[in-house]
Design a protein around this ligand. Structure first.
Ligand SMILES: Nc1ncnc2c1ncn2[C@@H]1O[C@H](COP(=O)(O)OP(=O)(O)OP(=O)(O)O)[C@@H](O)[C@H]1O
Ligand SMILES: [Mg+2]
Length: 406
């Protein structure tokens, strides 16, 4: 899938905000033909990539850039350099002379809006720039509703990011949902790291200046893990505090392109407490905890907060890193009594799988497809995605793997 952005989800493309760098005369003629009818005030520069890098090192980047990178030995590296010089909200379309599907994938994964293979036609360019303006044709008269799933860890390190990443991956790659996976831990988030994807600065900008968010902004800030999974995560420096505007979450979700079925949000507990109103936006809240006393206490506290702020939102408790009675963890029944909530999923501890996945930068289902942990993550993904009702549970749960205390 490429993300299409309906007209209502983007600000108008202002003709003067389009800047093109061409590398040869034929392309210049084609680009001129393409833009004169549609974006007459756009500017065209000669000199291709070197000229673009030169201008961007001096000036603030325009909202939309089309750059001919032909001749470059490393178009992906070129895009990386361009992105370091550009504002996070700048959308980049590349043109080049290498026709290679892997290159196309790498370039779009890095956040370019499109890659056009030369020789391009005027129609190719117009449609690349217009695709994002087109209203979505495949959606019926009824707007598809985005299902927002907030995953919160009751304790640091309980495995909230692991659950968010792997259930989102399963939804996208096994349940055929189009998923936006969003890591709201802007400084210490691990979502992009665990999928070996590039972090972006898009979220910081979105959080601090939500009025700048639109569908095109989000589409260019997201990394593409696969056809159905798009990831927004950051690795902001520790030298500055990110100012989180209260309205940012709603604006971000509203601006997500219509193609998305689900948004899986890795929501740090501290942020959920600071902005509890964000919980009301979720269709499903999953609280992830280990079976510790502190986890029991904080699962209960977060669940109460969720009930108070979002009484109609489905809530599910996921116990993670469950290692059985000999590990010293609380027995299942005691944990449930303490939280006053039924635990819907018990995810076994699997250190070998967790470290193999981390080292490979791959999700658990890719590294350990048939492990008990992945099987239980699949059940959790079915519930979180709405495929299976919260109440229903197959008989093959964790209770069969370990005889948990009553
Ligand atoms: N079921 C599991 N078995 C073994 N290791 C696990 C399991 N779940 C998560 N882990 C590992 O535990 C560590 C912490 O997991 P994760 O980062 O998902 O926790 P978190 O709740 O998001 O932490 P933080 O509070 O830092 O955001 C990671 O190294 C992860 O691979
Ligand atoms: Mg985390």
């Amino acid at each position: 899938m490429s993300i299409r952005v309906s007209k209502s989800k983007q600000s108008e493309l202002n003709a003067e905000q389009l800047t093109v760098f061409v590398a040869d005369e034929n392309t210049r003629i084609t680009v001129q033909e393409a833009i004169q009818a549609n974006w007459p005030a756009a500017t065209i520069h000669d000199g291709g990539l070197p000229a673009a890098l030169g201008m961007l090192s001096q000036e603030v980047s325009p909202p939309l850039l089309v750059i001919d990178v032909s001749g470059s030995d490393d178009p992906v590296g070129a895009l990386r350099s361009l992105k370091t010089l550009c504002e996070p909200s700048t959308r980049i379309v590349l043109m080049g002379d290498v026709n290679d599907v892997t290159l196309y994938r790498d370039i779009t994964q890095l956040g370019a809006v499109d890659y056009l293979v030369k020789p391009i036609s005027a129609d190719d360019l117009v449609s690349a720039l217009r695709t994002q303006e087109k209203p979505k044709e495949t959606v019926g008269p009824e707007e598809k509703k985005l299902r927002v799933i907030a995953v919160i860890g009751a304790r640091g390190g309980a495995g909230a990011s692991t659950v968010a990443v792997n259930t989102a991956w399963i939804m996208a790659n096994e349940l055929d949902r189009t998923v936006a996976l969003i890591d709201l831990d802007l400084q210490f988030g691990t979502v992009t790291l665990s999928l070996d994807l590039e972090p972006s600065h898009g979220l910081r900008e979105a959080f601090e200046k939500p009025d700048r968010i639109d569908g095109l902004f989000i589409a260019s800030a997201m990394a593409h893990e696969s056809e159905n999974l798009f990831v927004l995560g950051s690795e902001e420096g520790l030298d500055r505090v990110v100012d989180v505007r209260p309205e940012a979450f709603d604006i971000l979700l509203d601006a997500l392109p219509d193609d998305f079925d689900c948004a899986v949000i890795d929501l740090p507990a501290r942020l959920a407490v600071a902005r509890p109103e964000w919980l009301a936006r979720a269709d499903m809240i999953a609280v992830v905890s280990d079976l510790s006393l502190a986890g029991m206490r904080d699962t209960m506290r977060i669940a109460h907060l969720a009930r108070e702020i979002a009484p109609d939102t489905a809530l599910t408790i996921i116990a993670n890193k469950v290692a059985g009675p000999k590990s010293g963890e609380l027995p299942k029944a005691e944990f449930q009594r303490g939280t006053e909530l039924p635990v819907k999923h018990f995810l076994p501890s699997d250190l070998k799988l967790a470290s193999a996945a981390a080292n490979a930068g791959k999700p658990f289902p890719v590294v350990g497809k048939r492990t008990p942990l992945v099987k239980e993550l699949r059940r959790a993904a079915e519930v979180l995605s709405g495929e299976r009702p919260v109440e229903s549970r197959s008989s093959g749960g964790f209770g069969k793997l370990f005889k948990l205390g009553k």
